[in-house]
Design a protein around this ligand. Structure first.
Ligand SMILES: NC(=O)c1ccc[n+]([C@@H]2O[C@H](COP(=O)([O-])OP(=O)(O)OC[C@H]3O[C@@H](n4cnc5c(N)ncnc54)[C@H](O)[C@@H]3O)[C@@H](O)[C@H]2O)c1
Length: 375
């Protein structure tokens, strides 16, 4: 097995300076920090606010949070930054050029739309929106106004996810036959349901790894606590080119599991996001079929070779995601977590919801995407 390719984090780190110089601009003008506001300071917002405040390309100018207790929590951490309840006030502030939205999914469309209409660049937490129609409208609005609209698919910036992608893209894994994924723990319960909460992670990672669109989705689930709000779902995804993936997501599990296994024709790869030191293991294991020299039965040969644990660089994915957002604003380059990916994920989620209502019958993702392309 050849060496793991380092992913393009280093490129990302130097990219905005290079593009500035290519365009003939001065590095100092382009390096003025971009004023940004965070919207929502619940579970995830504090992570975004902290990373944003630490990135040199960005400057944390304000928080919008409707809960007074959460505004107080923010002010204890950032006493010199304003914390407001009224989003309109943030949108009126010319020093805020970008907003980072970390509110529940059903609020994403209204908040992102208002921000884009006010001329702000938008990073909106996953999922981009809760329907294809809304996601499409936001994408069109950003495009028409030449603004960045970026969904926050954080795993695309995870070094471990990138290490697996490098192996797949370098052909070391061989043909990817299938992927299994388990993403479960106890809670955190949200009214949008587990598919809206957790499926965007698996979808973003799988589309990024395979570089191919999802063409069909079959999904079933269980709503134990509240009718029509599934806490557990079982999703089978078919990708263009034939790879399939089976994804189990749940808020009802005794412990945290974040494991994906890629089964390829040459190697098998395990990615365990809970294993901090050794998240990726590469197994030279499989079953080979030996063609008989004469007329007779095919023989199956078990291959049980080395297990390699590649070194995975440590970096905070959220920080890299914000760096990519700032770079997209400065240079017009597409962020890795881009709006086309966000739309594809919303389309696959919508197909999963249709399949669940339809007793688990497979649903094509193509009609959703055709509607997107026609728009
Ligand atoms: N990328 C990741 O790994 C990751 C992880 C967790 C959550 N998320 C995403 O982050 C988003 C927020 O999730 P969470 O778990 O932090 O939710 P949460 O419910 O814990 O927090 C949301 C906060 O937003 C505030 N809020 C709601 N509507 C508002 C409005 N209109 N204006 C101002 N404030 C408002 C609420 O008061 C609350 O404090 C979701 O989209 C979720 O999918 C992403």
């Amino acid at each position: 097995m050849g060496p793991i390719q380092t992913s393009d984090f280093d490129l990302l780190a130097n990219r905005d300076r290079a593009v500035t110089l290519r365009r003939g601009g001065t590095a100092s003008a382009a390096e003025q920090p971009i004023g940004a506001a965070v919207v929502g300071y619940g579970y995830w917002g504090p992570n975004l606010a902290r990373n944003l405040s630490e990135r040199p390309e960005l400057q944390l100018r304000a928080l919008c949070e409707r809960d007074p207790a959460q505004r107080q929590a923010f002010l204890r951490r950032f006493p010199h930054v304003s914390a407001l309840a009224d989003f309109a006030q943030i949108l009126e502030d010319p020093s805020v050029r970008a907003v980072v939205i970390a509110t529940p999914p059903q609020t994403h469309y209204d908040l992102a739309r208002a921000a884009l209409l006010a001329g702000k660049h938008v990073l909106v937490e996953k999922p981009l929106a809760t329907s294809v129609a809304h996601a499409r409208e936001l994408a069109a609005l950003a495009h028409a106004r030449d603004l960045v609209l970026m969904p926050g698919h954080t795993f695309l910036y995870s070094p471990a996810v990138n290490a697996v992608r490098d192996l797949i893209r370098a052909g070391e894994v061989g043909d990817v036959h299938f992927v299994t994924s388990s993403r479960m723990n106890l809670g955190k319960y949200q009214s949008d349901g587990v598919v809206c909460d957790l499926a965007p992670h698996d979808l973003s990672i799988l589309i990024y790894w395979l570089g191919r669109p999802v063409v069909e989705v079959a999904a079933s689930g269980r709503s134990v606590l509240r009718r029509d709000v599934p806490e557990t779902a079982f999703i089978t995804l078919s990708f263009a080119g034939g790879t399939t993936a089976n994804v189990q997501i749940s808020w009802l599990a005794p412990r945290k599991v974040r494991q994906m296994i890629v089964v390829g024709s040459k190697l098998m790869v395990q990615y365990d996001d809970t294993a901090a030191d050794e998240p990726v293991r590469v197994y030279d294991r499989g079953l080979d079929v030996q063609t008989p020299s004469s007329f007779g039965e095919h023989q199956l040969i078990y291959r049980s070779g080395d297990i390699v644990i590649p070194r995975v660089p440590s970096a905070e994915p959220l920080s890299l995601e914000l760096q990519d957002f700032a770079n997209a604003i400065r240079t017009g380059e597409q962020p890795r977590s881009n709006v086309a990916l966000g739309l594809e994920i919303v389309a696959a989620m919508e197909s999963a919801a249709c399949s669940m209502r339809d007793g688990g019958a497979p649903r094509s993702v193509a009609p959703q995407l055709e509607r997107l392309q026609a728009a």
